[in-house]
Design a protein around this ligand. Sequence first.
Ligand SMILES: NC(=O)c1ccc[n+]([C@@H]2O[C@H](COP(=O)([O-])OP(=O)(O)OC[C@H]3O[C@@H](n4cnc5c(N)ncnc54)[C@H](O)[C@@H]3O)[C@@H](O)[C@H]2O)c1
Length: 283
Amino acid sequence: MDARYPELRGRVAVVTGAAKGIGQGIALRMASEGMRVVAVDIDADSLTTTANALRALGVPVMAFHGDVSLPGDIVRLFEEALQAFGTVDLLVNNAANLRRSRLLDDHEGLLELQLATNVAGPYLCSQRAAAIMREAGGGSIIHISSVGAARAHHRGLPYDVTKGAINAMTQAMAVDLGGYGIRVNAIGPGLTHTWRTDAFRDPAAYRAAADRVPLHRFGTVDDIAAMVAFLASDEASYVTGQIIYVDGGLSAQLEPPWEERRLAADADGTAAAGSVTKGAHRA
Ligand SMILES: NC(=O)c1ccc[n+]([C@@H]2O[C@H](COP(=O)([O-])OP(=O)(O)OC[C@H]3O[C@@H](n4cnc5c(N)ncnc54)[C@H](O)[C@@H]3O)[C@@H](O)[C@H]2O)c1
């Protein structure tokens, strides 16, 4: 794809969780914009594959095999990034543990792991990156949040809690770092097609899930990467402290579309077969 924001060419992007899924899409988009990319991931094999794909786009790439839940790895990451490229202009905090549970189901250790990976990791990466950006006179930090920060998933614990913390972190860091010319924003993806959504290759399963979304489709990694590119670009130079949901309208709606159809059918007295008992969902 052609570069859309020429000012990004040659700048340095650190993308965590870049080996797969949304992070891979973001790293590829940043490379397409001509940025030098530091791709970070805990999954060594996938990281090698992605780093090769990035290099094939003709930009310098540093693959960093490390774990963002480990403060020592974060220190090493930014030391090596500075050695390789001399600066950091963009940090995308994308890596996360996505497991979800109910509060009363057994998920021992998951809270600690997700606080370390999804909250402390982005916090400490931002701290290191911001110190470099302050010296350079500015930069951009983008956290990858989730619709789960705005509206709770069913079986969404403790994951949604960590994404709520990301939203608070976005605003607090934006206020704190604005004076250094460092902008901090977050993107909240909705249902996004990745290797994780293989179960929805079945058209009927896909349609049922996609129909919950006002735009009637899943998002793509390119949808998320496009927002990252915009927020990183100079076009967004007055945007900071914002949480932008790239979710096809999922977080905007009070009820899924079939609820509207059911209510209309109830009002007509023609409730569709299989619809929920009248009034069951009305509080
Ligand atoms: N896929 C979705 O529908 C969706 C929806 C909302 C939010 N998100 C958010 O988008 C981001 C990416 O999610 P995804 O769906 O691409 O997941 P994914 O599992 O495909 O990718 C996450 C990447 O992060 C890496 N990673 C995990 N723990 C790490 C660690 N401790 N250190 C370094 N790397 C680590 C993984 O190896 C993987 O490559 C996450 O922050 C997630 O919460 C995703």
